[in-house]
Design a protein around this ligand. Structure first.
Ligand SMILES: Nc1ncnc2c1ncn2[C@@H]1O[C@H](COP(=O)(O)OP(=O)(O)OP(=O)(O)O)[C@@H](O)[C@H]1O
Ligand SMILES: [Mg+2]
Length: 360
């Protein structure tokens, strides 16, 4: 039997709060156990009442934690600012009042039966390449390998429906690997065990989930991706999410969940231009502060890794050399062995991301 979900409501407008409260209470599957008019009251209500979900205007919520209540963002108007705020706080969904109230009630109800996740919390790293072909797939797969060599239980998620190619880079036929879309129907009750069943294990030891096919990509919402990442983070030590190049909802969701965002650059003007544009788009969602740069395919060029600091104000976390072994391995669905120049660059990158002082 489904439990009645316990909800704390946090909205600025009293009249809307009243309507939402009556509506949810009448729905029979969710009950408002507390209300809050500002962010401090909300923190206190969550601490005391331990609700299953917070239904709130996104501006009132602090970023969600993996073990805390689900956040369902609500607003009376759709705006980019509000949507970004919802993504920033890790909301599982964004609903317009009153137009989407039935979807809100269903989402609130589902939190009542949602399993409580443990306190384990992985380091979540999103990998983005603003310019096509800079090596974001290469960086994501090899970072997963480097985390595994540090004995971290790592999962690699390919969230790029258009250009996702992690399955090919790992040498797995598409029909032998589950995708993120396969988990979407389970999202309201997704457990680490469901996720574990869907993961494919690489010989190096990390586990992976492929990108959804283009036809099923639409079924993967930003909220679904956030929920999958949240469950992965609750049951692993490290989560690497390869996010789409396009700066849409899925990318912003992947970035919002991440502790570190790796922007992959190559040493050429167009890559720098594309990364600059991407960071301008990330900035309002508060992600820019978590961005670190990885220079890939470095070779002698007029542009040097030093220019990264000049242009982006940050020393690159790692400089991965251009190496013919990379396309040779990737074309055969293999990873470049962890020993050697490329492997050493990734060992250093993993250390930097984990803020291991020895990697500095
Ligand atoms: N350090 C490197 N040295 C030599 N070749 C590299 C290096 N990194 C990546 N490559 C090659 O560059 C090509 C693009 O790499 P990759 O597929 O990882 O890029 P991507 O950013 O994921 O591309 P897309 O935008 O298509 O998703 C591949 O052929 C890969 O083997
Ligand atoms: Mg790619």
């Amino acid at each position: 039997m489904q439990e009645v979900a316990r909800v704390v409501l946090a909205l600025e407008a009293d009249d809307v709060a009243e309507e939402v409260m009556h509506f949810l209470d009448r729905s029979g599957s969710a009950r408002v156990v507390g209300t809050a008019g500002d962010d401090r009251q909300l923190v206190e209500a969550v601490r005391q009442l331990e609700p299953d979900a917070i239904v709130a205007h996104p501006s009132l919520v602090a970023p969600a934690s993996a073990s805390g209540p689900a956040v369902l963002a609500l607003d009376t108007r759709e705006s980019v600012a509000s949507l970004r705020a919802a993504i920033r706080v890790g909301a599982q969904g964004f609903y317009l009042w009153p137009g989407e109230r039935d979807a809100l009630a269903a989402a609130a109800a589902a939190t009542g039966s949602m399993p409580r996740l443990g306190d384990k919390r992985a380091m979540i790293v999103a990998v983005h390449g603003a310019r096509g072909g800079v090596g974001s797939t290469f960086v994501a797969t090899h970072l997963a390998q480097a985390f595994t060599r540090r004995d971290l239980d790592c999962v690699l998620l390919d969230a790029d429906p258009t250009y996702g190619d992690i399955s090919a880079a790992l040498g797995v036929p598409d029909d032998q690997m589950h995708t993120i879309a396969d988990l979407v129907p389970l999202v309201p009750e997704l457990t680490p065990a469901h996720l574990g069943d869907a993961l494919w294990t690489h010989p190096a030891g990390f586990r992976a989930l492929a990108a959804p096919s283009a036809e099923r990509a639409a079924s993967v919402s930003a909220a679904a991706l956030a929920a999958i990442v949240r469950v992965a983070a609750a049951s692993h030590d490290a989560v690497v999410v390869s996010v789409p190049r396009e700066l849409g909802e899925l990318t912003l969701s992947g970035l919002a969940s991440a502790d570190r965002v790796l922007e992959v650059l190559s040493l050429d003007v167009l890559s720098f231009r594309a990364a600059t544009r991407a960071i301008d788009v990330f900035r309002p969602s508060g992600v820019a502060a978590r961005v670190g740069f990885v220079v890939n395919r470095a070779s002698r060029s007029e542009i040097t890794p030093g220019d990264v600091e000049r242009v982006f104000g940050a020393v690159p976390l790692a400089v991965v050399p251009a190496d013919r072994a990379v396309p040779r391995a990737q074309d055969r669905g293999r990873l470049v062995p962890p020993k050697g120049r490329v492997g050493r660059a990734f060992a250093k990158l993993a250390g930097r991301v984990l803020e291991d002082p020895e990697a500095a």
